[in-house]
Design a protein around this ligand. Structure first.
Ligand code: ADP
Ligand code: MG
Length: 690
């Protein structure tokens, strides 16, 4: 934009302050323009004391009647003021003698704070205040007062004065308008400069409610451009891939047909369609970048296996990577079963492998004896050398963001070019979100489950009926079935997570002395977790008490009952994922969602969504609709980019138009498209150059 000068170019900013501002991701003068206020205060009008509303932060003015110190537990300074319409008491707990002396009777002051009912009528505790000189009028602001995100050691007043300077510079040299006028008109959007100006200093009559909700046209204007920038940058990546070389894998169709014919089941229509899309991509001389979205149990693994068969038949290596050892091991087993009869022995690579075994794997990978490699992240670590790696499959991709995708692509580069890449996710996300998250990928959807699957029957039960639920678990175990007992997710605290799981474990071992019960939680070492999961998989454990660490993708067909405690605290998509651990065998499966009463309206609706639907896409769409603003889908969970202003839950509906605009810009003004990416993502932050 116009001012890329460092912040130190502003008055009052030295190296120390610049460093603190860096913590807010502020480096250039322009960055200040995109630091939007979190909320606003209204200091544009003096409120009459007689009309003050408790609980509302307001500006009042009046004459000091008296000031006195009082002892109520501790020393207070009380200042009584009067504006003719009523009286207000200001209460200070911390004050200097000098401050106390200022409040002489007859002095006029203005103050800003929240009025509350106190022992002596309306009070303000520690208001901001200003003494007025003789004949001076109470100063009101001519715009709403912005409250910026705070960082240690930077006061609001300082942020206001810095943004004042940045805004002034912007008014002198307005940023170029990079969106086509037709689009702006169509969407009724203000210019970028007007939007920025308005959001930093809204006029007194601004619609505060809308501003707080983040849906004001000025906010949407900025969110739109940011989403556009992110989208364009991901699309750049996609185009970049299209211009790179890869081996065109066009032979090997007989091997694919033979493999499919040998499977113990027939591919579903959706699987066949997606296989077709993948085979077409692989035949191109450019790297495939394809995402398979498919609900839990939709049969993504076999689709990946078919892609691997094709690659191997064409004489290149294929690698499949899973995010955890247990998932990787599961793939290793499936792939071994499928590939050994064809004379293909998969190599195994993981972090916990013994040195000798690892050396052997590395050697066979490097000299090409290993045609197929299965493993964890260890696959892409230092020291792993592939031999004509032609295809990389990444399972449960929602744990990897775009940067990891990039790193993997680059890792496999050889003289033949880039490997083809196939990523798979069982976290279905609504179409609009997928547009934003996966714009660098082509998407295939497996929207059909193999025949004969019985949907998991789901009930929500208040936790006071826990006794009944324990009886159900007892009965299930007695009849040879297995069950999961999932404990509450306690945000950001593995310790609390673990204590909750431990408590449930103790409770259940007391209640069900005859059952074999295991425990896994996030505080265990990976190997201990694995051990617990494996014992459950092998049937040594009947009831597995776990925090939400139990893995997406873990396949224990004999588990047919799942209990989730404090289900009201969990996200819908997460609950759906968890529920996908059961319903994998022939038996009718059940999921019991235990909740704490009373349930709020939204919580009630959320649990009802799960009761009524087993379709991950429906659940994800409802999840998006029911989430309050600000409760963003975690980037960790979805691999979404991080935004400064846009909030995908709130702004997702802009995505279809963002997509159209991006294509239009690219066609008609590529220069502007590039400038938008640069404006929002800078040089460092963007993924691919046009
Ligand atoms: P996910 O998509 O969750 O990774 P998997 O690939 O693990 O699902 O498949 C779940 C189960 O369904 C596996 O046991 C797999 O062998 C089986 N499966 C896959 N495709 C079919 C099909 N077309 N018909 C019947 N069973 C299938
Ligand atoms: Mg899977």
């Amino acid at each position: 934009m116009q001012s890329e000068s460092p912040l130190t170019a502003l008055k009052g900013v030295g190296p120390a302050l610049a460093k603190k501002l860096g913590k807010l991701n502020l480096f250039r003068v322009d960055d200040l323009l995109f630091l939007l206020p979190l909320r606003y205060e209204d200091r544009t009008q003096l409120v009459r004391i007689g009309e003050l509303k408790p609980g509302v932060r307001s500006l009042v003015g009046g004459e000091v009647l008296l000031a006195e110190t009082a002892y109520r537990g501790r020393r207070n300074l009380l200042v009584r003021i009067d504006d003719g319409s009523g009286q207000l008491t200001l209460r200070f707990f911390h004050f200097s003698r000098q401050q106390q002396a200022q409040f002489r009777p007859g002095v006029h002051i203005t103050c800003f704070g929240e009025a509350r009912r106190g022992s002596s009528g309306l009070e303000m505790i520690h208001p901001e205040y200003r003494l007025l000189r003789e004949e001076q009028n109470a100063a009101t602001s001519d715009s709403l007062t912005p409250i910026y995100p705070a960082t240690e050691g930077v006061q609001q007043g300082r942020l206001r004065s810095l943004t004042d300077q940045a805004l002034q510079q912007m008014r002198d040299t307005p940023p170029p308008e990079l969106l086509p006028a037709t689009i702006m008109q169509k969407l009724g959007m203000p210019s970028l400069a007007d939007a920025i100006d308005y959001l930093h200093r809204p006029p007194p009559d601004a619609d505060i409610e809308r501003l707080l909700a983040g849906t004001h046209p000025c906010q949407r204007r900025l969110a739109f451009e940011e989403l556009l920038a992110q989208y364009l940058s991901l699309r750049n990546l996609r185009l970049l891939a299209a211009s790179e070389d890869a081996l065109a894998l066009s032979g090997g169709n007989e091997d694919v047909s033979a493999f499919v014919a040998e499977l113990p089941f027939t591919l579903t229509g959706a699987q066949q369609r997606v296989v077709g899309e993948i085979l077409a991509d692989l035949a191109q001389p450019h790297p495939m970048m394809r995402l398979i979205q498919g609900d839990v149990g939709s049969g993504k693994t076999v689709v990946a296996a078919i892609a691997c068969i094709k690659a191997i038949a064409c004489g290149v290596q294929a690698a499949i990577m899973a995010p955890t050892e247990i998932l990787a091991e599961q793939h290793w087993r499936s792939f071994s079963d499928w590939f050994r009869p064809l004379g293909i022995e998969p190599a195994w690579l993981s972090g916990s492998q013994r040195a000798a075994a690892r050396r052997e794997s590395l050697a066979s990978i490097a000299d090409g004896r290993a045609q197929l490699v299965v493993g964890t992240h260890a696959l892409f670590q230092e020291g792993v050398e592939f031999h004509r790696l032609g295809l990389v499959v990444i399972d449960e991709q929602h744990r990897f963001g775009v940067h990891q995708r990039m790193a993997l692509r680059d890792k496999g580069v050889s003289a033949d070019g880039h490997p083809h890449q196939l990523v798979m996710t069982a976290t279905p996300i609504p179409r609009t979100l997928a547009m934003a998250a996966y714009a660098d990928l082509d998407t295939s959807v497996i929207d059909e489950l193999p025949p004969g699957r019985q949907p998991v029957s789901t009930v929500a039960i208040p936790e006071i009926r826990r006794g009944e639920v324990i009886e159900r678990v007892r009965a299930a175990c007695a009849s040879g079935q297995q069950a999961y007992w999932v404990c509450p997710l306690i945000e950001e605290s593995e310790l609390l997570d673990y204590q909750a799981a431990e408590a449930s474990y103790t409770m259940l071992t007391e209640a069900l002395p005859e059952a074999r019960i295991g425990l896994v939680h996030g505080r265990m070492r990976a190997s201990e977790k694995e051990q617990g999961m494996r014992a459950f998989k092998e049937g040594l454990i009947q009831l597995l008490v776990a925090t939400t660490v139990i893995e997406v993708g873990v396949d224990v067909p004999n588990a047919s009952l799942m209990i989730v405690e404090n289900a009201e605290r969990m996200g819908l998509s997460q609950l759906h994922q968890l529920r996908g651990r059961v319903g994998r065998g022939a038996a009718q499966s059940h999921c019991v969602l235990l909740y704490k009463t009373p349930l709020g309206r939204i919580a009630k609706e959320r649990l009802a969504v799960l009761r009524d639907s087993n379709d991950g896409f429906v659940v994800a769409q409802r999840d998006l609709e029911l989430r309050g603003p600000g409760e963003l889908l975690g980037t960790r969970q979805t691999g979404l980019p991080e935004y400064r202003i846009a909030d995908l839950v709130r702004d997702a509906e802009l995505m279809p138009q963002v997509q159209i605009t991006a294509e239009e810009l690219r066609r008609s003004s590529a220069h502007n498209a590039a400038a938008i990416v640069r404006r929002w993502l800078g040089d460092a932050g963007h993924y691919g150059k046009v």
